[in-house]
Design a protein around this ligand. Structure first.
Ligand code: TYM
Length: 330
């Protein structure tokens, strides 16, 4: 029996945080053996906000080096760059024409990102249609992401449903979001009401996968907690401490209850120190491999192969959809 398809992507809009690692890439190590896995670089999503072109090229390569360094095996996983496959944008246009202004306006990410700008691009607004195209083009059944992307995957599901019922056949597979039970929303270390983000202005707020040992220690040491001094898991009233417990749980594989039990009687300083230790222990070997992959030819080899393979699949799907909606000659 052929394997079911699973797909995800991480934007090359900055160095990856440990939140991206947990919500977006770590889980793929398990999935790559179980599913027909597609992992791509959504570079077209990155230009919904202004980018420095030279830096964007660099970040695309760095992102693929991180994928490989984490242990993604290009023999098992189709690795590719979104913009090297023209069918993503083509299908996105068709899907935009099957989506409504109202539903796009309800997207949390758009509301959040447009809030502080007078001038935001149309691309920032229509971005979820492109994300739906990324998914629907490959009949992906499962889409593992952090909690922040769930609404976008649900939109893709709704668009697929609408399209299928309008044209009377299951043209698109309805994708399912796969959100981790623990670590779906790693929080900003300085403001635990927010998610940890790649594009933060506060250098102490996010821990990046490529941070050195000293800065990881410093960032955790200055993480915001609370004043009652008790170690217990309560995301609503103790978001900072709960975030640290979550990180310890995800990085060690211990359950939250076990982590809470382990730190009974300890102070916040011990907890912060231990979290820094497990993050450093996990990131150090990844960072070493990352340096190796950045200099290797393996990135281009994997991407060339991925481009060939995914272009064929995408073309087939796109041609069917183009014809169904009545575009061109049939
Ligand atoms: P992006 O690049 O913002 O984030 C990459 C992945 O990391 C997850 N994530 C988090 N998980 C836990 N805690 C956090 N603080 C945290 N911050 C981010 C995200 O949920 C994501 O899984 N639109 C997507 C990229 C994309 C995509 C797709 C994903 C484009 N097309 C198709 C899946 C399928 C994005 O901006 O992710």
């Amino acid at each position: 029996m052929s394997k079911e398809r699973l797909l995800t992507g991480l934007q090359p809009s900055g160095a990856l945080t440990i939140g991206n690692y947990i919500g977006g890439v770590k889980r793929l190590l398990k999935y790559q053996d179980e599913y027909d896995t597609f992992l791509f670089v959504p570079d077209m999503h990155a230009i919904t906000v202004t980018q420095d072109p030279a830096l964007l090229h660099k970040r695309i390569k760095e992102l693929v080096a991180i994928y490989l360094a984490v242990g993604i095996d290009p023999k098992k996983v189709h690795l590719y760059i979104q913009s090297e496959n023209l069918y993503h944008a083509n299908l996105s246009w068709i899907l935009e024409c099957h989506s409504y202004f109202g539903e796009m306006s309800r997207m949390h990410q758009f509301k959040e990102k447009s809030k502080n700008h007078e001038n935001f691009t149309c691309g920032l607004f229509t971005y979820p249609a492109l994300m739906a195209a990324d998914i629907l083009l490959y009949d992906a059944k499962y889409v593992p992401t952090g909690a922040d992307q769930k609404q976008h995957v649900e939109l893709a599901r709704n668009i697929a449903d609408r399209f299928n019922s309008r044209y009377g056949k299951e043209y698109f597979v309805k994708p399912e979001p796969v959100i981790p039970e623990v670590g779906a929303r790693i929080r900003d270390l300085q403001d635990p009401s927010k998610k940890m983000s790649k594009s933060t202005d506060n250098p102490k707020a996010s821990v990046f996968m490529t941070d050195d040992e000293k800065s990881i220690r410093k960032k955790f040491a200055s993480a915001v907690t609370d004043s009652d001094g008790k170690i217990c898991f309560d995301e609503e009233n103790k978001p900072g401490v709960s975030n640290l417990l979550t990180l310890y749980s995800v990085f060690t594989g211990l359950k939250i209850d076990e982590v809470v039990a382990k730190f009974q009687g300890s102070g916040y300083g011990d907890l912060k120190n231990e979290v820094a230790n497990v993050v450093i222990d996990t990131m150090k070997p990844i960072q070493d491999k990352y340096k190796y992959y950045l200099e290797s030819t393996e990135i281009d080899e994997a991407l060339d192969e991925g481009r060939e393979f995914t272009n064929k699949i995408a073309k087939e799907k796109y041609e069917i959809i183009r014809n169904v909606v009545g575009l061109g000659r049939n």
